[in-house]
Design a protein around this ligand. Sequence first.
Ligand code: FES
Ligand code: FE2
Length: 362
Amino acid sequence: MAETTTAKIFDYPRNAWYVAAWDHEVTRTPLARTIAGRPLALFRTEDGAPVALADACWHRLAPLSMGKVIGDELQCPYHGIRYDRTGRCTAMPAQETINPSAMVPSFPIVDRYRYVWVWVGDAALADPSTIPDMHQMTSPEWTGDGELIHAECNYQLVVDNLMDLTHEEFVHTSSIGQDALSESEFVTSHTDTTVTVERWMIDIEAPPFWLKNMRDKFPGFSGRVDRWQIIHFEAPSTICLDVGVAATGTGAPEGDRSAGVNGYVMNTITPETDRTSHYFWSFQRNYRLDSQFITTQLRNGVHGVFSEDEMMLQAQQAAIDANPDYEFYSLNIDAGGMWVRRLLERMLEAEGRMAVPAAVGS
Ligand code: FES
Ligand SMILES: [Fe+2]
């Protein structure tokens, strides 16, 4: 691929489902969170339904997230106006009539895959059937757990990080990095809403993280492995990594993974501002489902790996901001990430917003 320049601070679509929180974070105590530039107050009604209201009172803009949930209503912390789940005012202090214009915006919100998804764009377009597929989060065939990282960078930098995993060789040397990553070929494909990058490493040493997982499933395992990384991107910013290793020569590339271990790293990145993101991840596995010990060990292990990414991404964003006149260039390894940008540009164009020009030949 020829060298190309591309946008560094990439705008985010608004007509999209974004994860606002883990399901357990949204409770009867309001939660303040900014999603795609929109400050929200999130809470649950008495029957457990999630609610997202704009986090500014109609009266004097006090943050509703500092208020109190009473029944199914949110009470402003300043002068006590109450709002129902649609954002309509139901009670005003010291007056009997309610000003009919008293409303705050409410936003479509759905519980799915252990996450709470919100739509801050045009509500008429919010169709829950378009929520990205993350079924390994709740399928009985998988188990696992994860975390939320507050990433100090534009969401696109996190997406780039996950669309090209050759960085493991340099950033994650003690766990999953190995030379075979950048030495192996990969295949990129796409549809209108998805991008897939598939890479196989045949007959290699298992790196420490995967050797440990093999021994969790096959005690005493030793020998060489076939390793796979299949990156599934779904617009605008969900990336599920199908990753694993199997004893070499047992047919994993042809589809028989029974002599191996398989994980799905479920990542979804929500823009907060131009330069900050909510990065939700979970490591799901389909073996030893009963072992909370392994679940906790894996979560802690991946936490360590992703802390290495977090430091790199924060440093990268700082360097971008400190060098505004410098460009980005792209290499062969960025093929998946470049497709992602094309899909996102189309989404931005469909919203009538100019995408920052990308892929300008140099
Ligand atoms: S600012 Fe909310 S009631 Fe006054
Ligand atoms: Fe990484």
